[in-house]
Design a protein around this ligand. Structure first.
Ligand code: FUL
Length: 705
């Protein structure tokens, strides 16, 4: 008997101990450094350098340092604007691909001391460091590995004596850093000390990344290292600001060339979602410029993403469990434009307003299971406290629990937040949320992953007093740290604008509005501007700005659309590389989804310069050419080196422009080539000198302004 009692006691003790013990971690786990980075959630990368002055996205490396001379650079203005937007840090582009160093480095003379700014005594990076310190913002640095200026680029000496030394200078003098950002754009043509040639490097071996990262760890132990394949943070695989709808913080990088995955050769299509049960914990950063390009271009004024565009990206990046890195682009004076500052402020205010009140605070929770019935340790009260790591847990064998939250009164919400305690890994693979409406549970949302943070933005407001969370798939016990319901302020639907091949402009809104007003000269529209009723014809170039109003006089955001000359009477000439008129028409059909593509599947065909010529129907003045690359995420046939020719008779041609489309794969936006002076022509020819990939060229749209 005694024996039985002691065995029973032992068993009770074992069960009690189990009830106290935390669930076993699942899979690979984040480091403390990665947790710190994750909590940062949003920061900005600032591109202000030589390319600001040359109006380019990538400088060639032959720029004269004297042209860098801002009249009014203010790191404080830039960092304050980021802070007002709710961003917690900035990443300073200290050297971009053109090789110009914004600090007085000893590694090259191609640096700020050779500029006219502050008589060569200035230090832009220092000024950012001081501004960050003053404003309590974190700072990171971006120092481009690819250097189109340096004569040594491509040799081992560049890595050891230039690139690593530059990092060492930055690490030693500008910390503490929260990030060290290592770009994947690598090798190609450049100035390279005057040789002006193409230099190719082996992406997986040339930089000796492990040695470099040893330096980072030793000198800036608090810096999360960003690279295409990590090690701490991965690139999300696009510059559009979104992570996958299903999103894993874990990742097993694969390479495109069978070599070690590294900066520049990762299979990016796998980076957006990550890898379920991946080998490493390498969460993603979603980088996206706030304007069309990363650097400031006057021609892109008015095209900054609106506050609600940014909100949308916030939900698709931070709201999927990744971090958002928003590009800011100070202008030639050295500050962000008033409009850009305004947008950041508005964005920050909307986020703050949305997330201040968690409507589930004070709710009564009823869970189908609490680990070891130990509510004090694993109960539902932890779901609405402010810690990301205290959590509600289930017993090991309960992987599909349910939870009902009673708010005791009807509440209206349109955002749901869920978070896992990622210190125990990313576990959940499916969850659904129901609202109690008309005496029944109605499913309002479901997700296929949660991770560090999952925000679900509902298409409409939901009013209910009770909600139910169902975990529908998880390989192990659930460890959820947060459940929240929020109300994003409802905004008036901004107009959408389109123009068809007949030059007809249509303006519409998603939801009904009282009126839509517009201007065609780029002026800010108001209730006094022309009222939109029916589609109208606009054949000439124009900058249309439209705004909608509700009955109370509240207005939406302004929508800007830039039109080139309408293509109504355009035809394609056939005496050129291709003669398939039907296919060619896709290049001028005002439809960005159709592509004129000459790439062939036959691998033995090699790329030779390709061209397409267009008859504009009449002689007309041309100020600029536009090229929209294919928008279907396929790099094949995307042109990165071009020539434009013009003609008045279709027989005699003269060159009007030539150059490179920089960063066109990562950021495939419409490229605008401005001419120094307008020209008159009836015929234009677009010649592709080089394409990113493939043996032909691909064009979504060609246009003129
Ligand atoms: C890319 C670069 O090539 C772009 O110019 C920009 O700096 C972006 C943040 O990273 O890889």
């Amino acid at each position: 008997m005694k024996k039985i009692i002691s065995i029973a006691l032992l068993l009770i003790n074992v069960i009690a101990a189990m009830a106290q013990s935390a669930p076993k971690p699942y899979g690979v786990l984040p480091s403390q450094l990665q947790l710190n980075w994750q909590e940062t959630e949003m920061y900005c990368i600032v591109h202000f350098s030589m390319a600001t002055y040359t109006d380019k996205e990538w400088g060639f490396g032959d720029e004269d340092p004297k042209i860098f001379n801002p009249s009014n650079f203010s790191a404080l203005q830039i960092v304050s604007a980021a802070k007002a937007g709710g961003f917690k840090g900035i990443v300073v582009v200290a050297k971009h691909h053109d090789g110009f160093c914004l600090w007085p480095t000893k590694t090259t003379t191609h640096n700020i001391s050779q500029s006219l700014w502050k008589n060569g005594k200035g230090d832009v990076v220092k000024e950012y460091q001081e501004a960050c310190k003053q404003l309590g913002m974190k700072m990171g640095i971006y120092c481009s590995p690819w250097d189109r200026n340096n004569a040594l680029y491509g040799t081992p000496a560049y890595v050891t004596d230039v690139y690593r030394k530059q990092l060492q200078e930055l690490y030693a003098n500008y910390g503490p850093l929260f990030m060290s950002w290592h770009d994947g754009a690598n090798g190609g043509d450049g100035y390279y000390g005057g040789t002006r040639e193409v230099r190719k490097i082996d992406r997986s071996t040339y930089y000796g990344w492990n040695t470099t990262w040893g330096i980072t760890r030793a000198m800036q132990p608090g810096a999360a290292i960003f690279g295409d394949a990590g090690p701490d943070v991965r690139w999300v695989g696009n510059e559009e600001g979104h992570a996958g709808e299903t999103y894993w913080e874990t990742f097993t990088p694969h390479s495109t060339d069978g070599k070690t995955p590294s900066n520049g050769n990762v299979k990016y299509e796998e980076s957006t979602e990550g890898t379920r049960d991946g080998k490493y914990w390498i969460p993603a950063e979603c980088d996206v410029p706030s304007r069309p390009g990363w650097f400031y271009h006057k021609s892109q004024d008015g095209q900054t993403k609106s506050a609600y565009n940014l909100i949308d990206l916030y939900y698709k990046s931070v709201g999927h469990g990744a971090c958002l890195d928003l590009g800011l682009s100070p202008d030639k004076d050295g500050q962000l434009t008033t409009e850009d500052v305004q947008i950041l402020k508005q964005f920050g205010a909307i986020i703050k307003q949305t997330f201040t009140v968690n409507l589930l605070k004070g709710a009564t929770f009823k869970a189908s299971n609490v680990r070891g019935k130990n509510a004090a340790k694993f109960g539902t009260s932890f779901l609405t406290d402010n810690s990301r790591y205290s959590y509600w847990a289930t017993d090991d064998d309960v992987t599909k629990p349910e939870l009902i939250a009673d708010m005791h009164a009807a509440k209206t919400f349109n955002v749901i937040r869920l978070r896992e305690n990622i210190k125990l890994g990313q576990r959940i693979e499916g969850a659904a949320i129901d609202a109690w409406q008309n005496n029944a549970w109605n499913e309002v949302a479901k997700v296929t992953s949660i991770g560090a943070n999952r925000l679900i933005r509902l298409p409409q407001n939901i009013t209910a007093s009770k909600v139910r969370l169902r975990i529908t798939a998880s390989p192990v016990a659930v460890t959820l740290s947060d459940f929240g319901l929020f109300m994003e302020p409802v905004h008036l639907s901004a107009p959408a604008v389109s123009r068809n091949l007949n030059g007809e402009v249509s303006i519409s809104t998603e939801t009904p509005v009282s009126s839509i007003h517009y201007t065609l000269d780029g002026a800010e529209p108001s209730i006094k501007s022309a009222i939109y009723k029916l589609p109208f014809v606009q054949n000439n170039s124009a900058t249309l700005k439209a705004v909608s109003f509700d009955a109370a006089g509240k207005h939406s955001e302004v929508k800007t659309a830039i039109f080139g000359v309408s293509k109504t009477n355009w035809t394609v000439l056939t005496d050129q590389s291709d003669n398939n008129l039907n296919r060619m028409k896709h290049a001028i059909d005002e439809d960005s989804r159709t592509v004129y593509n000459t790439c062939s599947k036959n691998d033995s065909v090699v790329f030779k310069a390709q061209e397409i010529a267009i008859d504009l129907g009449k002689l007309q003045p041309i100020k600029a050419f536009t090229y929209l690359p294919r928008q279907d995420k396929n790099a094949e046939g995307i042109v990165d080196s071009y020539i434009y020719e013009i003609s008045t008779d279709g027989k005699h041609w003269a060159q009007a422009a030539e150059g490179e489309f920089s960063n066109i794969v990562s950021n495939p936006i419409e490229q605008t080539v401005k001419l120094n002076a307008p020209v008159n022509a009836r015929y234009v020819k677009f010649i592709a000198r080089h394409v990113i990939k493939g043996n032909g060229f691909a064009i979504a749209e060609l246009g003129i302004l």
